[in-house]
Write a protein of this length. Structure first.
Length: 319
């Protein structure tokens, strides 16, 4: 009796999914049989990638000139987003008043999983030394700059959109009608999708081409650059102006069908930008509206800098 009840319940669930036009592929994915779209429970939220903690480098940091004043600063990085960082750069620099030993380090930190609040971390130690002051100086002022550059991706998953072939609502019995999707929190990265707005373009005959206006935003305090320039910013390499504030986008529907996005590289202005992604082929306007999963992948480089002032004091000799 119990087995029969469970079988009936499963049949009803599958029938309900089919009635919503979700499709066999989506049902397989929801039931754990594969697919590209993660279920809702595996979505990662948040608006940050890598963050930095300066463990012993407070504001107004003081140190004594020369070898006697040599100190070790400790920097800890956390990956608070959903993408693994590989080959990123941590760079500590100063002016001609300071010497920093081995100032460049490589960052490799795994990101968050869907059931965790934070990814992995990496701790680095830097030996710093202030050059001797001039004879007539008692104090001098310098600075330490901590710069982080890395390649990152943000993935929007687990969202459904309506492919609405009846925007004027002339037909009855439609399973859905198009409505914008707005995201007030990010998807596990400093750059995230802010809105997906469905639309249609009408073509010859009874054909329409579904499309989406996708708006993205830089939600953190860093700067965006094309992925291939991600570490160049920390390497004194020339970064072309056209590479700044650029994000590459890919989008899919129905588990596998890639959309054509124009432009495929979005330019951010005041931290925000958008593109139009549409079906590769039109569909008939007389088919019923249906629901389909959508995924969006954003690829970009990200960098930021933290600066601390340093007060260098003269070495005191005691008799």
């Amino acid at each position: 009796m119990i087995r029969r009840t469970l079988l009936i319940a499963l049949v009803l669930v599958v029938a309900f999914m089919l009635s919503g036009c979700a499709g066999v592929k989506q049902i397989q994915e929801w039931l754990g049989f594969g697919g590209q779209v993660k279920p809702f429970s595996e979505k990662i939220s948040g608006d940050r990638g890598l963050t930095v903690t300066l463990l012993n480098l407070p504001y107004g940091f003081e140190m004594i000139e020369g070898k006697e004043g040599k100190q070790t600063i400790i920097i800890e990085l956390f990956n608070r987003g959903g993408y693994d960082v590989s080959g990123g750069v941590l760079l500590v620099t100063s002016d001609d008043r300071m010497m920093i030993k081995n100032p460049r380090r490589t960052i490799n930190i795994k990101g968050r999983k869907y059931n965790s609040d934070i990814g992995e971390s990496q701790r680095e130690e830097f030996e710093i030394e202030a050059y001797p002051l001039y004879k007539n100086e008692q104090t001098a002022y310098s600075n330490i700059d901590v710069m982080v550059c890395y390649d990152y991706k943000t993935n929007l998953v687990g969202e459904n959109v309506c492919i609405d072939t009846d925007p004027l609502m002339k037909k009855s019995g439609q399973v859905c009608h198009a409505a914008p999707l707005t995201f007030w929190t990010g998807q596990g990265g400093p750059v995230s999708v802010r809105e997906i707005k469905p639309d249609l373009s009408y073509e010859v005959g009874q054909m329409v081409r579904p499309r989406f206006k996708i708006t993205i935003r830089n939600n953190d305090n860093g700067f965006v650059v094309l992925p291939e320039y991600a570490t160049s910013v920390c390497s004194n390499a020339v970064v072309e102006g056209e590479a700044l504030n650029k994000v590459r986008i890919k989008a899919h529907v129905s588990m596998a069908d890639e959309l054509v996005c124009d432009p495929s590289t979005i330019t951010l202005k005041d931290g925000e930008g958008s593109t139009i992604c549409e079906f590769q082929e039109p569909i008939r306007s007389d088919v019923n509206s249906y629901v389909t999963p959508i995924t969006v992948e954003l690829s970009y480089g990200y960098f930021f800098r933290i600066s601390r002032d340093v007060v260098i004091t003269k070495k005191v000799f005691y008799d």
